[in-house]
Design a protein around this ligand. Structure first.
Ligand code: AVI
Length: 326
């Protein structure tokens, strides 16, 4: 019989870091930058959900397809009992198949970790109906949340960490590897990590995914400036910045930028900042690195994991790699 659904959330106080990050990114000598993690306010998270529906953006459908096809195979490889911690759960849509498969085997403790409170609320609504699931959301940065989940571990329990959606691609490569090491240090031998990564593919397929004809990705990118206007009392004119997506062949990544179309000054009152932009100058807002399957396995091996299994989508080249910690 299904156990009663239990949901709760651990919230953090609003971040004071945003102004500091905007200040340091926009005053950086040379290339101005803004961290991509700030895309995901309520508007940005909603726009990202629309991106995932775009015909040109096959990434999230590929990840979901793999989980849908292989959920039982993944669950069969996991020890019992296992609790699930998801880094950057978003609304939890991509995780449903896996949690349902796991719930057919055991009562599920699911800990979504996300800096967006709105995303956690949607996640609880979306997944709370799965039989015998207990959801406790953590409004935290990934590692802080994972540390808290690890502190709740009961004797004999293993942890399965989910890092889905190829979010690791949004880190610099070195920082991504460092991050895998940090996750490993929180885990015990015999825990698991399911890591999703978008794979290399033709530029003709990649660029429209990040510069779609409907302009949804452009709106997602520009919303970062709108968010700074809303939250930090800035006066960015959104129509004076154009969305740019380009592929760097050497780094194997798509970069998103916002290019100033005119010479202009912007005032960010709550960051105590006045910034000058020259026409043509860009703010680098995101990198989305692409991988190959063997590279992911080797990356894990360098940081205390062994590849237990890997599943690939061929329609939109994408991998789900199941690591066990050694
Ligand atoms: C969340 N992340 C993996 C997405 C990506 O593809 O890099 C974010 C995104 N940026 C533009 N479109 C989607």
């Amino acid at each position: 019989m299904a156990a009663p659904m239990l949901t709760a959330s651990v919230f953090s106080s609003p971040s004071a870091d945003f102004a500091a990050d905007v200040r340091s990114g926009l005053t950086k000598p040379g290339q101005k930058e803004l961290p991509s993690k700030y895309f995901y306010d309520e508007v940005g998270s909603a726009l990202f959900e629309v991106i995932c529906l775009l015909p040109e953006y096959g990434l999230s459908r590929a990840g979901a397809r793999l989980l849908w096809r292989h959920a039982s195979a993944i669950v069969n490889r996991l020890p019992e009992p296992v609790v699930v911690a998801e880094l950057g759960s978003g609304s939890g849509t991509k995780t449903r198949w896996l949690l349902e498969a796991l719930a057919r085997r055991q009562p599920v403790k699911y800990f979504p970790i996300d800096i967006s409170r709105a995303a956690l609320s949607r996640c609880q609504l979306e997944l709370g109906q799965i039989p015998s699931i207990n959801i406790v959301g953590f409004e935290r940065a990934y590692l802080d949340g994972l540390l808290e989940v690890a502190a709740l571990r009961q004797p004999g329990e293993r942890i399965l960490v989910l890092f889905l959606g190829s979010t690791i691609g949004n880190f610099d490569r070195a920082a991504g590897e460092e991050f895998l090491g940090e996750v490993r240090r929180i885990l015990h031998p015999g825990d698991f990590l399911l890591l999703a990564t978008d794979l290399e593919k033709p530029v003709s397929q990649l660029l429209p995914a990040y510069d779609d004809p409907a302009g949804v990705t452009a709106a997602f990118n520009r919303n970062l400036l709108a968010r700074i206007n809303r939250e930090l009392a800035a006066d960015f004119h959104l129509d004076r910045f154009e969305h740019v997506a380009r592929y760097d062949v050497t780094e194997r990544r798509v970069e998103m930028h916002l290019r100033s179309t005119v010479d202009q000054n912007v005032h960010v009152a709550r960051a105590g900042l006045r910034v000058t932009f020259q026409a043509g100058e860009t703010i680098w807002t995101e990198s989305s690195h692409k991988f190959d399957g063997d590279e992911i396995v080797r990356m894990g091996e360098r940081h205390g994991y062994r590849c237990d299994a890997q599943w690939m989508d061929r329609e939109w080249t994408f991998a789900q790699t199941l690591f066990v910690t050694v």
